[in-house]
Design a protein around this ligand. Structure first.
Ligand SMILES: C[S@@+](CC[C@H](N)C(=O)[O-])C[C@H]1O[C@@H](n2cnc3c(N)ncnc32)[C@H](O)[C@@H]1O
Length: 298
């Protein structure tokens, strides 16, 4: 039995049902979805602009974010890990018995966890009894907690993941001021997914220093996965330029349009009450994204 469902809309609906029950709410899932429509519209309109400033601190915005993007955002780190596999001789996670450390920067609700778990499940790596330490960093790490803990790693899934060797740590960092990272061993992989709009400023010395700080905390032979929407590729190239000076090589780069909707067809409850096809209420189908992987050289 898979830890995360293939149809992520169905998973969201199931989790929403459990969440409302936990909150002793009398509102039905249908009515709750209808109540999300105006926030969903607002989120869509603000994301039409290139320089996004969405206030991710509100619960309903966060939930709308998941309904709009979860079906596509699990795929990016998943494909990143798969490409790292193609690059290295053996499966990255399976090849060493030592502990694995992954840093998820700007993780928000952390759809990255679904990608990592699916990657491992498909390769039968979960039986390795390897410890997988995941550090999750975000400016609003605490504000995202309710959504993350009810819609991504809810308690039954957390229990299963912990039994398989996962351990999750959360750390609040604001990338626009000097950052301090978790003080442990170096990272095998760090991931920056869908955050370039939020943090990159080519004129900021502090942001470049923070990027270099993360780079210095990755072990030799470790990787950075950088993935975002295609229209942000030129900013990604500026980030890559900084990393190339920090002893990294670009080992993989692709631009692609990913269609995840075949894995997550829209259930009727969602098409009738949330994504009704009116303006601002059209479900996401494609992710036009790039995926870059950098490896730290000796
Ligand atoms: C678009 S979300 C991406 C979340 C996740 N990586 C994904 O793929 O769905 C961007 C995240 O950046 C965080 N963020 C925005 N500004 C930040 C800053 N200055 N420092 C750290 N995190 C920040 C937000 O809280 C939000 O969770």
């Amino acid at each position: 039995m898979k830890i995360f469902q293939e149809n992520l809309y169905e998973q969201l609906i199931e989790d929403l049902y459990l969440y409302l029950k936990l909150e002793s709410s009398n509102v039905s899932v249908e009515d709750y979805l209808i109540s999300l429509q105006s926030t969903q519209r607002d989120l869509w309109h603000s994301l039409q602009s290139d320089s996004v400033s969405v206030d991710y601190s509100e619960f309903k915005i966060q939930l709308c974010y998941l309904f709009r993007y979860l079906i596509i955002y699990w795929e990016q780190i998943y494909s990143g890990l798969s490409e790292i596999d193609n690059h290295s001789e053996e499966s990255l996670i399976g090849k060493s018995k030592k502990n694995l450390r992954i840093g998820l920067f700007f993780c928000g609700p952390a759809p990255e966890i679904i990608g990592i778990t699916n990657y491992m499940e498909e390769r039968d790596l979960l039986a390795n009894n390897q410890s997988i330490e995941i550090d999750m960093y975000d400016q609003y790490i605490n504000q995202w907690r309710l959504v993350r803990n009810n819609f991504i790693i809810n308690s039954p899934r957390l229990k299963k993941l912990k039994a398989l060797g996962f351990n999750f740590n959360t750390l609040k960092i604001d990338f626009s001021s000097r950052i301090t990272l978790a003080n442990a061993s170096k990272y095998n992989i760090c991931c920056f997914q869908n955050c370039i709009n939020e943090f990159w400023d080519r004129n900021s010395r502090i942001i470049a220093l923070n990027l270099k700080k993360v780079a210095s905390e990755i072990e030799i032979g470790g990787y950075i996965i950088l993935t975002d929407r295609i229209f942000l590729k030129s900013s990604a190239q500026e980030i890559i330029k900084v990393l190339l000076k920090e002893n990294f090589s670009l080992i993989y780069s692709e631009d692609d349009e990913i269609d995840c909707s075949n894995k997550s067809p829209i259930p009727e409850i969602v098409s009738q009450n949330l994504f009704t096809n009116e303006s601002g209420l059209i479900a996401t189908k494609y992710n036009r994204r790039f995926l870059c992987i950098l490896e730290k050289d000796a």
